[in-house]
Design a protein around this ligand. Structure first.
Ligand SMILES: NC(=O)c1ccc[n+]([C@@H]2O[C@H](COP(=O)([O-])OP(=O)(O)OC[C@H]3O[C@@H](n4cnc5c(N)ncnc54)[C@H](OP(=O)(O)O)[C@@H]3O)[C@@H](O)[C@H]2O)c1
Length: 269
């Protein structure tokens, strides 16, 4: 199967190492996930590849994403590092390759690394290409550089405490699907009283309400979990249709709380 769009939910693998990563990927696939998100920086591509192989699900049925770390953005480094990723993942191509972070202070020109990413796509190493942690202005530049070559997604932090409205709306205007990372605010959503109230009225969990809210905005959530029960609940959350009133209450939780904010991050919108 060749995917033309991103599957509506994915399984994140940040922080999952060794056997936890293998088992989490295998279990997610057996529960019905068909979209797995990894990155060179997570140092688990080999285990993600093992989890896919041992799941028995054909590779062609799985949408697999990896990301190029910002120390591999020079053209030759980028392509070589993607070959290394494919070897670790035990596959001849990924479905999507993302630039994990824009080059800090434009140390490597965007033209160079996006050009190399498009070359990797032309060589068949990746079906689709995309970006992550790009601001509105950086999305505009990326669109200008890539011209007719579509940018499948901009993967950015989105959860009830960081709605990231400017970036989400601008990406959607540009025809770029937004992937929402840390949709559970790394577990913090479980402690929120508004999410708890809506969840208890519906007999579901605050995590499920957070995922339903992310999805209601046309954003693809990629929650991570080591537990099959949580993985299943997160998948089931796509069936929850929130009312306009519930959505308004969750919208009001936005407090610009950014969790992923390293020193080399761009000047956020
Ligand atoms: N592009 C980027 O720069 C970037 C940055 C950060 C993350 N990401 C991607 O986004 C993915 C998701 O982010 P994240 O893993 O940091 O955070 P997250 O998905 O918001 O939260 C993961 C945490 O939530 C818990 N959890 C999961 N499902 C739950 C449920 N149903 N009920 C209660 N708790 C639940 C997990 O614990 P259990 O294991 O116990 O379930 C884990 O501690 C990452 O794995 C990664 O693939 C990308």
């Amino acid at each position: 199967m060749s995917f033309t769009t991103l599957p509506k939910i994915g399984m994140g693998t940040f922080r999952l190492k060794g056997n936890d990563a293998r088992e989490a990927v295998k279990s997610a696939l057996s529960l019905g996930y068909r979209h797995i998100d990894t990155a060179q920086m997570y140092e688990n591509e080999a285990e993600v590849g093992d989890g896919i192989t041992s799941s028995g699900i054909p590779r062609r049925d799985i949408f697999l994403t990896t990301k190029i770390w910002h120390d591999k953005l020079h053209a030759s480094d980028l392509i070589n590092s993607l070959h290394d990723s494919l070897a670790r993942l035990k596959t001849d191509h990924v479905d999507l390759t993302l630039i994990h972070w824009p080059s800090p202070d434009d140390e490597v020109p965007m033209e160079e690394y996006l050009g190399a990413l498009r070359d990797a796509q032309r060589e068949g190493l990746t079906e689709h290409i995309g970006i992550s942690n790009f601001t509105c202005a950086q999305m505009d530049r990326a669109k200008e550089i890539l011209g007719d070559s579509p940018i499948l997604t901009n993967q950015v932090e989105v959860h009830p405490f960081l709605a990231n409205r400017k970036v989400v709306e601008h990406a959607q205007e540009l025809g770029i699907t937004v992937t929402g990372y840390m949709p559970l605010a790394v577990g913090k959503v479980m402690e929120d009283e508004t999410l708890q109230r809506i969840a208890s009225e519906r007999n579901v969990t605050p995590a499920q309400i957070a995922i339903a809210w992310v999805a209601s905005r046309g954003v693809v959530p990629i929650p991570s979990s080591t537990r099959p029960s949580h993985q299943k609940a997160n998948l089931d959350a796509l069936n929850i249709e929130l009312t306009p009133e519930e959505i308004r209450s969750i919208d009001a939780l936005d407090r610009g709380e950014r969790i992923a904010n390293p020193g080399f991050a761009p000047a956020w919108d």
